[in-house]
Design a protein around this ligand. Sequence first.
Ligand code: ADP
Length: 633
Amino acid sequence: MPTETFEFQVEARQLLQLMIHSVYSNKDVFLRELVSNASDALDKLRLASLRDDAPDADVTDLHIEIDIDSNARTLTVRDNGIGMSYDEVTQLIGTIANSGTAKFLKELREAQDAAGADGLIGQFGVGFYSSFMVADEVTLVTRRAGETQGTRWTSRGEGTYTLETVDEAPQGTSVTLRLKPADSENQLHDYTSTWKIKEIVKRYSDFITWPIRLVPEAKDGEDEAREPETLNSMKALWARPRDEVSDDEYHELYKHISHDWRDPLETIRLQAEGTFEYQALLFVPSHAPHDLFTQGYQRGVQLYVKRVFIMDDCEELLPPYLRFVKGVVDAQDLSLNVSREILQQDRHIRMMQRRLTKKVLATVKDLRTQDPDRYATFWREFGAVLKEGLVIDSDNRDVILAAASFASTHDAQEPTTLQQYVERMKDGQDDIYFMTGESRQAIENSPHMEAFAAKGIEVLLLTDPVDEVWVDAVGEFEGKKLRSVAKGEIDLGADEDGKADAEKEKQGEEYAGLLGWMTEHLGEDVKEVRLSSRLTVSPACVVSDAGDLTPALENMYRAMGQEVPKAKRILELNPEHQLVKALNQAYTERDDRTELTETAELLHTLAVLAEGGQPKEPARFVKLVADRLERTL
Ligand code: ADP
């Protein structure tokens, strides 16, 4: 087949441009990325052979090899792993499947300065393409294990690449970089230096479980090829004594398995002895991935059996609400042939999941008390996911609640725990109050909060979609009910000025006629009109009935495709407000109801608007208000 030239997909082209002109300060990581890919390819081949999926593959002496040619200024990273077919090369190397890339590129274009761009590249990680930070031409030759023909891919990173089929290609993949000139200004090191390569491999890839060999360059006058030198210790980090492994080493393993270029927030080690022995090395990332809440998010840790890689994204080892956790679990007593189906039924796997879950939750809980700053980062990034556990994992509910924190009216910056809330509760306050909404500001400005603000009663401000759900699932904390300030009847006890129940009753009688008439008149939209004890400033607000879904929850169910009836809400009036007083007076004194009917309607719409809702008929609302305004001039 002749050499054919192809164009990169748009995103790939943009990404390559960025790599070529990269300002990323740590260019050494290109080698880590190539070694990481090579190691994955070896893992995949061994796994295929364990499963008898690769009958014609050669699995003796699986390794990675690095070759330097200083005269030609080339560096080659070679593996004899699974390799790629012609089609796989086009799919995997010519295009970028990662859905986050488009977002990444947009942010990168918007990043004004080099430091911003640097941070963004580190945030997304770019794998194979990072070669173009240090090379002006890259050639990849690969042959899929078991196939006869290979494929050569080559590119200068500028818009196009070429592909050709080759007859003579060793099994696996070799990537050859034609290096840019070394240059101190761009922090470009001399990657033809043996010393430099050894240092980089030691620093970033020591734990790789395959030998990484450096083939020495033949010196002038030497005919004999010299013995390759193995650069890495190959020891699985989770099998080494804890105090022998440095944080940096853990962090590099994290980067290898997560494809994140940043350090993790927390490293968790667990060693289980006994009848079912396993080691786990788990990581909490320092940033939530952009697709954490999308449907296809690949969750799970890597599963090893006796040091042999078995699968990526093993979902069975952690519950969905810990889907941000990365890491490795190495089990001694599973079969190398273990499949997803077996894992789903295995009793030991369920026990592992329970144990790992408890360990992660305990770590978060400790972080909260021992390192508030890092805890704050954790909660900002993953709090919304962890709270899903309150709904689906009732066994661990208490520890999740203890690890959780919430924004509150008590402090504009510092979140609070439920425990702290309870300790601050006022005498006579029986419930824990919260309000859900779009944002802190929207909630704070909502009329429902008025009486709470006036009385200095603390309210939790919940703004994550999951908040609508867990509060119902949890119900109470230490015997105190969790109550929405926008739901049901609220009785905050006697007012500041000591208004007694008797007086309230009198007020009720005074308004009974108006309330009954309005309930009937607005009956299409509201369940009931009643007097409010939540309001101090606004004339009216709408609240949900105690047992009903809130509008946000209704929307959530609809978004998930479920049909839910629209629950009618309750309109509450503030009997101390001049408008409401005047309305009542007009109701008792006048027989003509036309004006009143409009006012009642307006009052209802104002209440809807005040909580951030939409008028049912915006045009009609505008007309009514405009008419009224006109009459005031
Ligand atoms: P990532 O490693 O983050 O998936 P890369 O751009 O580095 O992204 O690689 C894309 C894909 O190309 C890999 O997922 C893998 O399937 C394939 N690939 C890369 N290098 C190799 C290799 N040495 N051997 C086999 N496949 C490889």
